[in-house]
Ligand binder design. Structure first.
Ligand SMILES: CCCCCCCCCCCCC[C@H](O)CC(=O)SCCNC(=O)CCNC(=O)[C@H](O)C(C)(C)COP(=O)(O)OP(=O)(O)OC[C@H]1O[C@@H](n2cnc3c(N)ncnc32)[C@H](O)[C@@H]1OP(=O)(O)O
Ligand SMILES: NC(=O)c1ccc[n+]([C@@H]2O[C@H](COP(=O)([O-])OP(=O)(O)OC[C@H]3O[C@@H](n4cnc5c(N)ncnc54)[C@H](O)[C@@H]3O)[C@@H](O)[C@H]2O)c1
Length: 257
């Protein structure tokens, strides 16, 4: 679908990859709702963008919170055409470390935010999108999820994170099949290593090690490069039910040092 004039919600839109989507999509003529748990960052970005953006503090794990954000999209923008799921958290913990077994609470939290939060947002957004008038393709909406190369090449310490991202990969096709009759497409991007605050949480030696594994381009991805793919997914009606690696041909190595 054409982005101009459409309404978009970006979860995790206050930072990193999501913020790049907020910027690019608003520059492309869309009105964007920033749905993020980080109020300070979200409000700051909304002020930077101006009239084309609004911020609603949102916790993707919480049904009422996501519904409130969607209500804002309905009231402020008249509905919703695109959802970009970028909200997510990281974790680095061995299954069996020096201090004993992996924390179950930490594992659960990562699954809740990254996997369940993604599904919570898309299922509720799909309901709002289903009210849209279909375009000439019969299309009513587009949902973009964010997995990771860690869904396929998970490293030491990534059991929880990779499981959460593998779940997003696994549900992409069945959700696309579910929503086909509603004219809603579903595509997942699996980024490699991108220059964001989340990646900055990885110890420097690990980041250096990863960069040495990046075939081409031998650098961290730019968040705007993620946003460019997200925009193309919206604009290309033949993209559906697929997971697209955006990674410069990196394959995560076994060891990070
Ligand atoms: C709660 C907030 C968490 C914030 C951290 C978030 C980090 C993740 C951010 C990534 C964001 C981008 C993700 C994106 O999708 C793209 C990618 O996935 S890129 C790939 C990212 N890679 C990772 O995230 C890897 C994460 N793993 C690690 O960082 C490490 O493997 C680890 C889990 C920290 C464990 O590393 P260790 O070196 O083992 O560190 P330890 O503290 O466990 O150990 C130190 C020392 O002891 C030795 N040791 C460990 N366990 C044992 C053992 N069972 N027996 C004997 N010795 C052990 C270990 O070898 C170390 O020895 P040293 O070499 O230091 O002498
Ligand atoms: N940076 C990378 O290299 C990389 C690679 C692969 C996948 N990813 C994924 O991309 C997505 C965006 O990551 P990023 O690198 O931009 O990180 P980031 O930390 O810059 O942005 C993540 C955003 O999600 C928000 N968030 C966290 N928990 C939330 C919740 N419960 N509800 C609502 N918002 C919440 C944070 O406040 C933050 O603004 C994540 O899902 C991450 O797993 C990142």
């Amino acid at each position: 679908m054409e982005l101009s004039g459409k309404s978009v919600m970006v979860t995790g839109g206050a930072s990193g990859l999501g913020a790049a989507c907020v910027r690019l999509f608003s520059q492309s003529g869309a009105r964007v709702l920033i749905a993020d748990i980080n109020s300070e960052g979200g409000q700051k970005l909304a002020q930077e963008i101006g009239a084309a953006a609004r911020f609603v503090q949102t916790n993707v794990v919480d049904e009422a919170s996501v519904q409130a954000a969607l209500k804002e999209a309905q009231e402020a923008f008249g509905g919703l055409h695109v959802l970009v799921n970028c909200a997510g958290i990281g974790l680095a913990e061995r299954t069996l470390g020096r201090h004993g077994p992996h924390s179950l609470e930490a594992f659960t939290r990562v699954i809740q935010v990254n996997l369940i939060g993604t599904f919570n947002a898309l299922r509720l957004a799909a309901q709002l999108m289903s009210n849209n008038e279909p375009n000439t393709e019969g299309e009513r909406g587009v949902i973009i999820n964010t997995a990771s190369v860690a869904a396929f090449d998970g490293q030491i310490g990534q059991a929880a994170y990779s499981a959460s991202k593998g779940g997003i990969v696994g549900m992409t096709l069945p959700v696309a099949r579910d929503l086909a009759r509603n004219g809603i497409r579903v595509v997942t991007i699996a980024p490699g290593i991108f220059d964001t605050p989340l990646m900055a949480a990885l110890p420097e030696p690990a980041r250096v090690s990863l960069l040495q594994q990046a075939p081409f381009p031998p650098r961290l991805g730019k968040p705007e490069e993620y946003a460019l793919l997200a925009r193309h997914i919206v604009e290309n009606p033949m993209l559906n039910g697929e997971v697209i690696r955006l990674d410069g041909a990196i394959r995560l190595p076994y060891l990070i040092r």
